[in-house]
Design a protein around this ligand. Sequence first.
Ligand SMILES: O=P(O)(O)OC[C@@]1(O)O[C@H](CO)[C@@H](O)[C@@H]1O
Length: 315
Amino acid sequence: MIVTVTPNPSLDRTLELPRLERGEVARSHTTHAHPGGKGVNVARALARHEHAALALLPSGGSAGSELAQLLSACGVTTTTVPSQAPTRSNITLVESDGTATKINEPGPALIPAESDALCDAVDTALDRSPQWLVAAGSLPDGAPEELYSRFARIAAEHDVPIALDTSGETLRAAAQRGGFDLIKPNHEELQELAGRELPTVGEVVTAARHIIRRGNGVILATLGSHGVLRVTAEESQWAGGAVRSPRSTVGAGDCALAGYLAGDHPPRERLRHAAAWGRAAVELPGTTVPGPADVDTAAVDVRTDLPPTLPIKEL
Ligand SMILES: O=P(O)(O)OC[C@@]1(O)O[C@H](CO)[C@@H](O)[C@@H]1O
């Protein structure tokens, strides 16, 4: 089993429309509602592959109830921590050429008692000795800045490895404190952390090793349409494959992380699964997560011999 914790979940609403004109009325022809938030998506992708997943999240108001119902319909076991304020809804507008505009609400503030209840829920869930704890997404207002490091300490006490996927200052602070067995930044997040552009493979690897030296394990850098790079202190490997018809990139990184963590494969095969699950997610609408029939591991190339000077955009 894999446990995920998402302090700022969302009800993800996707509206498909022909074209978006700023300042004009746009009419959507298709809409989707999915349970969202990065850890929630990891749990959904695992459940679609019949991998046991337990999702921990705060939930408030009617959006929170709808989110919990949708999650249980996906086969995800859920533990919710009641929150006073209603769960957020995040909107994605997808134009017919595939351009997606995403609008994320900040999310309801977590009061200290709710953050503590989430930590207690993590502690209880880890008594079940899962294979991983995945801590993912932004932190809502009011959540302590070091919440992810608290989760890392609880995971260490239970001897459960922890994977982190977050962004901005939350990522910087957590990465600097160390204690994460895996961190999954995307290219932009890694550049923001490094404080400069990282246009080549060598520069991405160097930035990833900088994070590792702070006391973290593997860096799984998702590079959008340019594949996934796995970096440890000693080695780096890349996997990727062309996407036939992109529909929505929302949640593709979460699916890549789920693909990496699922199953009991050697690192090279984990990486292949990460790239295959991420690529499959991009070919599905909204935050739909791929199932086994969508994932084509044979279409993914894995390489260990990438020249450091190779530009990421050529991958
Ligand atoms: O605002 P955050 O927490 O950074 O990201 C939330 C979110 O954009 O991430 C998922 C895709 O990765 C979506 O399901 C969700 O709406």
